[in-house]
Design a protein around this ligand. Structure first.
Ligand code: SAH
Length: 329
């Protein structure tokens, strides 16, 4: 069983201690938009007051209740490390990519470790294998320069897409853990930066297969560069990890069936091709919906029948055509 995120916090961020928008969808903490209103310290943590602009995985919501005027504030508990990483953003905006990578590589593994420990403290990561893999794959190598890789928020990666928040990656790894055992096959649809595909590769090992499918060629090229710098690089070389330019709604039939399928973008309905490519005994985790989305857990039983349950409410960018994505505003 994966973590029940809905019980922990409705806003799908670090659990709000108190919030005027606790029921609102998750907010993306855009570094330049952060309003640092107060910094009371308690047990080594700061409280960040953030404008609760709900645009987590790209899209601002358009429901009337979000436009009722006034400023929505979310209060988030933030570790000193995380705070430092947000503030460093202000000064790192004009850094070159190389400088930025040099910055992250100094002490980056400590920051990545702190992020994983934080996710463990909040009960998002419960499996030691998931913790080990997220520690090994440094998120700092996958977030573009100027972003805050260790802050629990989605970050823009260009092309109207985002890298999902660490807690979403962790939650999906937890939900799929039993289907990511050594030797198994995993498909990551909408692989974006390649972060989760790299984690899948470490979970299934060189005997297994981790396959990413992404329809923006530039993102595929960047993701391969990211993976080459990461702990999953050897698997790119031995062929157990591959990323392909394709429409993920069709899956990747060449290597089907899969023990685990993760979809990183919200589909209006579950694509039939993905259900077909799921192995009996396999599991798919997929956000479904348009304005309101649910993270669905799809289990294919050994007799081929399929059960679907809702895990929690989420906000992802749409699983759509390349043209629709690039021209979306
Ligand atoms: N999981 C990734 C990216 C999430 S954003 C990460 O965390 O880094 C969703 C991704 O899905 C984007 O990169 C977007 O380009 C991709 N996407 C959307 N529709 C797609 C489609 N039809 N086929 C393949 N990729 C798609």
């Amino acid at each position: 069983m994966g973590p029940d995120l809905r019980k922990r916090w409705p806003a799908y961020q670090f659990p709000p201690l108190g919030s005027s928008s606790a029921k609102s969808p998750p907010g993306r903490a855009e570094p330049s938009g952060i309003l640092l209103l107060s910094l009371p310290v308690f047990s080594g943590r700061f409280l960040l007051l953030l404008p609760a602009t709900p645009q987590p995985h790209c899209r601002p919501p358009r429901t009337p209740e979000k436009n009722r005027g006034g400023v929505n504030l979310s209060i988030l508990p933030v570790d000193m490390e995380v705070l430092r990483s947000i503030l460093s953003c202000f000064s790192s905006r004009s850094r070159s990519r190389a400088q930025s990578h040099a910055l992250w590589s100094s002490g980056a593994s400590d920051k990545n470790k702190s992020m994983v420990e934080q996710l463990q403290r909040y009960g998002i990561i419960r499996s030691s294998k998931v913790a080990e893999v997220m520690e090994a794959v440094d998120r700092g190598l996958f977030v573009p320069p100027g972003g805050s890789p260790y802050f629990d928020s989605p970050m823009p990666i260009g092309y109207n897409a985002t890298i999902s928040a660490p807690h979403m990656h962790a939650a999906c790894l937890e939900l799929l853990e039993k289907n990511l055992q050594p030797g198994m096959r995993a498909l990551d649809v909408g692989s974006g930066t390649g972060y989760l595909t790299a984690c899948f590769a470490l979970m299934v090992g060189s005997e297994g297969r981790a396959v990413g499918v992404e329809h923006i060629p530039e993102l595929v090229a960047t993701s391969i560069e990211n993976i080459k710098r990461s702990a999953a690089a050897p698997q790119l070389n031995d062929g157990s990890l591959s990323i392909h330019i394709a429409d993920g709604r069709e899956g990747w039939p060449e290597l089907a069936p899969y023990d685990a399928i993760h979809v990183g973008a919200a589909a209006p309905q579950i694509p039939e091709a993905l259900i077909e490519q799921l192995k009996p005994g396999g599991r798919m985790v997929i956000p479904v919906g348009t304005m309101f989305q649910e993270l669905k857990v799809v289990d294919k039983k050994l007799d081929g029948t399929v059960s679907i349950r809702d895990e929690t409410s989420v906000r992802y960018v749409p699983l759509t055509s390349k043209e629709a994505q690039l021209h979306a505003n």
